[in-house]
Write a protein that binds this ligand. Structure first.
Ligand SMILES: *Cc1c(COP(=O)(O)O)cnc(C)c1O
Length: 405
């Protein structure tokens, strides 16, 4: 079945009470047992079942299964936010003295999170992830994990996803890919060897800016039997499930950044139209960037769909479309004046909404990291990032035209 047919019927086929076509919102925090022996079996991992809402909930489980279907993965753990998904996973899998390699082209909050991990004894090397050789040069004996984003925000660098996948496979290193920008509709990181995939559900998968959430999917690619940081308690059943079990049972238990059932329901309903929204938003972004690249008021456009983008061919090879995020540097116009003139496009943070959004990057989301780190990431003071929505393209073109006039 195709992507949309599969996910539209996921809840129903998972078995729902009364023939309901949505998984209901189960708000119970705890679950009673008639036989105390069953409760013990569930707690000891000998029997599947529900224990306490921090670690498991039926509505959240249905969403997890849906994300696994989208990613072609083995199992998924859901979290309260995308940040919780990344943080809890690293907390559960890495230890003091371990080394990880990260792309230096990172979502700002992920950069901040990795700096916090450095302060807690995990060494992080930041490298140019558009080149697998740069990752290879940082590999050490204690390197446990490589983290990259598919298309980086805001400058849209495309990581050498296949090259790094091969390298991680050769070295037996966990390959953790952030698929938020591309979503499993445009790209499945398991196809290039990713071990774990994180999606911020807040963005395209939920799609309507009405719920926060995050998910980590196990792809089944990695042989966890040789990974040193797993506890014997979680080494049960298929080897491919050991790490995700530790992330759920230890990570979620310890940190408690759990996804609530109401948010899971919003995200699940939103995700039904992921493919339709992505087709439309990516097509809008492609048309707008063609227009802007030829406009004299625009100095540069960063979008993998443009032929002059350094990773244009890689993006065309790997992704169904080139995404719906782009950024521009202005020739002379002040970026605040430009943003204030846009009428349909909303000036705000967030991305992956049905509505088009824009933000002055250096003055907002990348302000705290300071001018030096911004320069190293190629972020100019005039850079404006756009997350294009599903409006009618004529209206978007007209809005840009009047704002730049
Ligand atoms: C937004 C985002 C996150 C974090 O997701 P939240 O749900 O906001 O916590 C992680 N990675 C990328 C690429 C993002 O855009």
């Amino acid at each position: 079945m195709g992507f949309t047919s599969k996910i539209l019927h996921a809840d129903r086929r998972g078995g729902v009470e009364h023939g309901s076509i949505h998984k209901p919102i189960h708000t119970a925090v705890t679950f009673g047992y008639d036989d105390a022996r069953d409760l013990a079996a569930v707690f000891q991992g000998r029997q599947s079942g529900y224990s306490y809402g921090r670690q498991v909930n039926p509505t959240v489980n249905a969403l997890q299964d849906k994300i696994s279907l989208m990613e072609g993965g083995v199992a998924t753990a859901a979290f309260a936010t995308g940040m919780a998904a990344i943080g809890t996973t690293l907390f559960a899998l890495l230890r003091n003295g371990d080394h990880m390699i990260s792309s230096s082209y990172l979502f700002g909050n992920t950069n901040s999170l990795f700096n916090s991990f450095e302060a807690h004894g995990i060494e992080v090397s930041f490298v140019d992830s558009t080149d697998a050789a740069a990752v290879e040069a940082q590999m050490r004996d204690n390197t446990r994990l490589v983290f990259v984003e598919t298309i980086a925000n805001p400058r849209t660098q495309v990581s050498d996803l296949a090259g790094i996948g091969q390298l991680c496979r050769d070295r037996g290193v966990v390959y953790f890919v952030d698929n938020t920008m591309t979503t499993p509709y445009l790209f499945q990181p398991r196809t290039v060897g990713a071990s774990l995939v994180i999606n911020s559900l807040t963005k395209y998968i939920g799609g309507h800016a009405n719920a926060l959430g995050g998910a980590v999917t196990e792809t089944g690619n990695f042989d966890w039997s040789g990974f040193p940081n797993l506890y014997d308690n979680y080494k049960k059943g298929e080897v491919s499930t050991w790490a995700i079990t530790q992330i759920k049972k230890k990570g979620l238990r310890d940190f408690g950044a759990s996804l609530g059932p109401e948010a899971a329901h919003h995200i699940s309903v939103g995700s039904d139209t992921l493919a339709l929204r992505m087709d439309r938003a990516c097509s809008n972004a492609a048309q707008l960037t063609q227009y802007l690249a030829a406009h004299p008021a625009i100095k540069r456009v960063y979008y993998p769909g443009l032929a002059d983008h350094p990773q244009h061919e890689r993006s065309a090879d790997l992704f169904k479309h080139h995404g719906a995020i782009f950024s521009v540097e202005l020739a002379e116009m002040d970026c605040f004046d430009f943003l204030n003139k846009l009428d349909l496009v909303i000036c705000t943070s967030n991305l992956g909404d049905t509505r088009s959004l824009a933000i002055p990057v250096a003055h907002s989301i990348y302000y705290e990291m300071g001018p030096e780190r911004r320069a190293s990431m190629g972020i100019d003071d005039s850079l404006v990032r756009f997350s294009i929505g599903i409006e009618d393209v004529e209206d978007l073109l007209a809005d840009f035209e009047q704002a730049l006039a």
